[in-house]
Ligand binder design. Structure first.
Ligand SMILES: [Zn+2]
Length: 265
């Protein structure tokens, strides 16, 4: 029986059979792994505590024919604060759902693993959930190869206007964001694309474009200090929502849950 060790983030844990748990794991080298933890629902199980959602654990697994099995688990970081605050928990659940949907698209997931650990850490230390989720979505979409670009037109590479301090572009200082094109279109490409109201795109104000650029270019440790106008965050949230719906061909279910509970703290 082949054994392997891996770091993992627990994306999901479900009951399985009489006393087992079925967990979905994000691992740096193997992407998504589905594995069974035998007996993990028994009160005496030593695996149970390490296999709660959001936990970063070090695992020893055996390779099975359809599902792998978890033999040992050691908690590296439990991110306990995420289970004690509803908006943070909902935000963390959302990151797990999006990660589970996007990782199969990636050949290599070490960078996605680091990004997820970073995002959970930011949520756990009290960074704003809306800023952290927008950071996570933009960085993950970029890692998965979907753009989106907010600095240059994805169709022709012309710099696009829109950030504060730049002269007004088409649409009275607003820039058209197209999920299908993978970013903010320049006026010429937008004109060629036809009616701006079609294609699932939307107009972004200069502050939203600036926020997107800031979130794509900042280091993780800078995220807790970032401040953006509420309207910019709302517009950017609509853009990342549209982008993910375009890529996944559905809306992540846990996004609506986070939107419902985001004000409860
Ligand atoms: Zn263009």
């Amino acid at each position: 029986m082949a054994l392997y060790k891996t770091e993992a983030i627990v994306l999901k844990a479900e009951d399985f059979g009489e006393s087992h748990r079925l967990v979905t794991l994000l691992t740096p080298a193997r992407g998504l792994v589905r594995a069974v933890a035998k007996g993990a629902r028994r009160p005496t199980s030593r695996l149970a505590g390490a296999l709660l959602p959001f936990t970063h654990a070090r695992l020893l697994l055996w390779q099975g024919r359809s599902l792998d099995g978890i033999s040992q688990a050691e908690v590296r970081q439990s991110f306990r604060a995420l289970r004690e605050d509803l908006p943070r928990m909902a935000g963390a659940l959302y990151t797990c759902e999006v990660m589970g949907e996007l990782v199969p698209e990636m050949e290599e997931s070490a960078a996605a693993f680091r990004l997820h650990r970073t995002a959970l850490g930011l949520l756990a230390v009290g960074a704003r959930t809306d800023v952290t989720l927008r950071y996570f979505e933009l960085q993950l979409l970029r890692l998965a190869g979907f753009g989106p670009r907010f600095d240059r037109c994805p169709a022709c590479d012309t710099p696009v206007l829109g950030a504060p301090g730049e002269s007004a572009g088409v649409g009275g200082g607003r820039t058209y964001f197209s999920p299908a094109a993978g970013g903010c279109l320049c006026p010429a490409c937008l004109g060629r694309a036809g009616d701006a109201g079609t294609g699932g795109g939307l107009w972004l104000g200069a502050a939203a474009v600036g926020a997107a650029r800031g979130l794509l270019n900042c280091r993780p440790r800078a995220v807790p200090a970032l401040r953006f106008p509420a309207v910019a965050l709302a517009e950017l949230g609509a853009a990342t929502d549209a982008c993910l719906r375009h890529v996944l061909e559905k809306r992540p279910r846990s996004l609506a849950f986070w939107e419902t509970v985001r004000g409860y703290s």
